[in-house]
Design a protein around this ligand. Structure first.
Ligand code: 16G
Length: 245
């Protein structure tokens, strides 16, 4: 499909500036899935010549769509429609499940994986005595090779065979001993990624994200994880179905 077919002609007589018209037209194409996640846009100069507008106008429209998370630029490869993931808050799932259900391939990069003494704060929450042993699992979480989230989990040592029992999925490892969470409490907070976090995720410092602190309880009622997940705001939509009682 050519750009003109996709966006329709832009109108210089319209009081809306051309870059805003282009931005709106592309946004509508993405929302209506005429442009699909992962699809590449033509180079900026081609978009400009197909629509008879300047490259600066094209750049301005694309910049806004990139910062709003509709498009993503990849160094040397061009501009692509973002793969946004819908995270459903009415279901208890793991990152691995979320990605597999969407046909995306999950993988993790370890920042830290070790056995250590519980922090005084986590000891209170987990109901452990000071000095108790816990596993720390700090990871960057990827979908199809793209960093999506940073995750920091604390788990009492008694609930897993070893730290190395967690290779891909923490929940799969917990489930082996029947310790997977069946109920969770979550606290959500808006966050801005620090320079260090942003570098790990390959995004601009100060980008918006969502911090979710999850406390998971097993079938026996034991607290099995305290996990802080920092999800990229430009990759996630958070949805939940709620019913009036
Ligand atoms: C999700 C959970 C996190 C859990 C992880 C396990 C939220 C907000 N957080 O990211 O608490 O530790 O999944 O994923 O949903 P895994 O089984 O793939 O390691």
């Amino acid at each position: 499909m050519t750009m003109l077919e996709l966006t329709g002609p832009l109108d210089p007589a319209n009081p809306l500036p051309l870059y805003r018209q282009l931005e709106g037209a592309l946004r509508r194409s993405i929302e209506s899935q005429r442009l699909l996640p992962g699809e590449a846009l033509p180079p900026e100069r081609d978009v400009a010549s197909q629509l008879g507008i300047s490259r600066i106008t094209v750049r301005k429209a694309l910049d806004t769509l990139v910062s709003d998370g509709f498009l993503a630029r990849r160094q040397g490869a061009g501009t692509f429609v973002s793969r946004r993931v819908e995270k459903n808050f009415s279901r208890l799932t793991s990152f691995t499940q979320d990605m597999i259900e969407r046909g995306l391939k999950p993988h993790s990069q370890w920042l830290d994986k070790r056995e250590t003494s519980v922090s005084p704060e986590d000891a209170l929450t987990l109901g452990l005595s000071p000095g108790s042993r816990v596993f720390r699992f700090d990871r960057v979480r990827f979908a199809d090779g793209e960093p999506m989230a940073l995750e920091f989990a604390t788990v009492p040592v008694a609930l897993l065979e070893s730290a190395d029992a967690v290779d891909g999925s923490l929940y799969a490892a917990l489930a082996k001993l029947g310790n997977q969470p069946v109920r969770v409490l979550q606290r959500l907070r808006a966050t801005q990624f620090s320079a260090e976090q942003a570098e790990i995720l390959g995004i601009a410092p100060g980008s918006a994200g969502l911090l979710i602190e999850r406390r998971g309880f097993s079938a026996s009622g034991q607290l099995v994880e305290i996990t802080r997940s920092y999800y990229r705001g430009d990759r996630y939509d958070f949805v939940a179905e709620l019913r009036a009682s």
